[in-house]
Write a protein that binds this ligand. Sequence first.
Ligand code: GEK
Length: 241
Amino acid sequence: MRKDNIYTAAKQSVDQFRFDEHVSAVFADMIERSVPGYGLTLEMIGVIARQYGQANSYCYDLGCSLGASTLAIRHNLTNPDCKIIAVDNSAAMIARCRENVKKDTAEVPVDILQQDILVTDFKQASLSVMNFTLQFIPAEQRAELLKRIADATLKGGAFVLSEKIKVESDDERQVLTDLHHQFKSSSGYSDLEIAQKRSALEDVLIPDTVATHISNLKQAGFRHVHLWFQCFTFVSMIAIK
Ligand code: GEK
C-alpha cells in the first residue's frame, strides 16, 4: 500500500481536494489513517450484505473508489443471482477499482461504471451502499438522490449510509474534533498535514447532522433508519425499505 504523503510538504496555497490520480494512488492508506472505524464499516457492510442481499437483485456501491465496499459485498453475498454495480465519477479511482476487481476471485458479477451517481439508473436494489460518499454530493441534490435510491429499493431491502457528521453542540464538536485530530496524529500524520488536508476539504466535504440524515432518509421513503456505528464524527446508518 502506497503511503499518503500528499500534504506532507508545506504548500503556498492549498488547492481544493480532488479524487485525482495522486489521491487514488494512495487512497487505501489515506482513508484508513483518516477515517476512524473505516475497516469496521467494510467488515459490517459484508455482514449487512449477507443479511439483506436478495436473489435476482442488484447491490449498488455508490462512490466505490478502489472497490473496498464492492469486495466486502462480493465476498459475503450468499444469493447467487445478485449483481453488484459499482459507480464512481473519478476516472483514476475507476481504473484502480477495475484492477482490484479483476484480481479478485469471487464469482458474483460486478459492473463497474465511471459515472456521476446523480445520473445512475437504479433498479431492483436489495442493498445500496454509500460509504462516505453523500458528503461530497451538493447539499441541494441529496434529497432527490436518496429518493431515487429508496424508490429502487425492494421491500425489505437496505441502504447503508456512512458519513462524517456535523455536530451542533460546541462542546461535543470540540471534544470529537480533537479526538479525530488525535486519531490522525496517532496514525502518523503531522499537524501540518492535518491542517492542509482540512483546508483542502473545506468546501468539498459538506457534513450534515445525524438528525438531518435520518429525516432525509425517512422523507425519501425508508421505513426504518438506525444508527449502527459512531466513532467521533464518523457514523454509519442503515435504512430499511
Ligand atoms: C470505500 N466508498 O472505500 N458520483 C460518483 N462518485 C462520486 C461523486 C459523484 N457525484 N462524488 C464523489 N464521488 C469508498 C470510499 S470516498 C470517501 C468513498 C472519502 C466519489 C469520489 O470520486 C470518491 O471515490 C468517493 O466518492 C468518496 O468504501 O474519500 O472520504
